[in-house]
Design a protein around this ligand. Sequence first.
Ligand code: BTN
Length: 325
Amino acid sequence: MNMNIKNELLKRLFEAEGKPISGQEFADEFGLSRTAIWKYIKEFEEEGYEISSIKKKGYVLIASPDRVNTANIHKYLQTTTYGWNIDYYESCDSTQNLAHDAAQADAPDGTLVISEEQTAGKGRLSRPWNSAAQKGIWMSLIVRPSLMPQQAPQMTLVAAVAIVRAIENVAGIEATIKWPNDIMLNGRKITGILTELQSEPDRVKAIILGIGMNVNQDEEDFPVELKEIATSLKIACGKHIDRAKLIAEILGFVELYTKMYEKHGFGPIKLLWEGYSNIAGKRIRAVMLNETVEGNALGISDEGLLELQLDDGTVRGIYSADIVI
Ligand code: BTN
């Protein structure tokens, strides 16, 4: 099956906004038979698309399934590379694990591993990550930028800025970034980022950007232990969000900012990040694996470290911690 033609057909049906697409004209344009087009239409119907066939006029797309499958994402995708190769699952243990395997097996730059649900989603420090079916975005993007291994942690900040911009465009609300890897709305977490590395001593082989985003949950969808600390885009903006559109938008911004980081270094990303961060100037506690320190957050360094001024006046650069504001 030629995925590109099938995707193009879906894209045309979608862009026609309820007007019919002629099966004959599409078949002629791509050198296919009308039966081949009809087969694609049947496949779409099996995948949950509702399509009407109007005599002598063609096919009309009535409704798309609420799925983050390849066809739905490609309908909106405007990137050069990221997201054109997609491994889609109805269910899996963790997209992060699958993306690691795919990267090891030479999956190309920008490959997206995405699932409707995860049965063993993982967060930072191997904490469990709640990933309910069809409610959120559970995805891992494999990127292969030309960076040194020590530059990889900054990709969390690149992704954070990209996600905030995408949310702004699709949901019309401005989220804030809580260093290093949380995106917050109204004081609650909507997104976590897990950046993992496959590396050689002097060059990054692949970075696996794991993104977990609460999108269409209602209050009652969250388990009791998350009710006070998590929220979703739907709760915050009062409307159901097209996850596929949001994913395409995230991929667009991650691609843009990753290229910017490769070309111009961390400076421009740092400026963008500071505009969305809620941490500078605040008194915070940084809980690390072996110690906890308190002080005033000054901002982030040129390397992406959190700069904390301790009460004795010294400034400490922190690589990774849980932040309590
Ligand atoms: C965190 O805030 O601790 C990071 C959460 C990252 C969760 C995402 S969901 C998609 C990908 N697969 C996983 O198992 N984890 C990441």
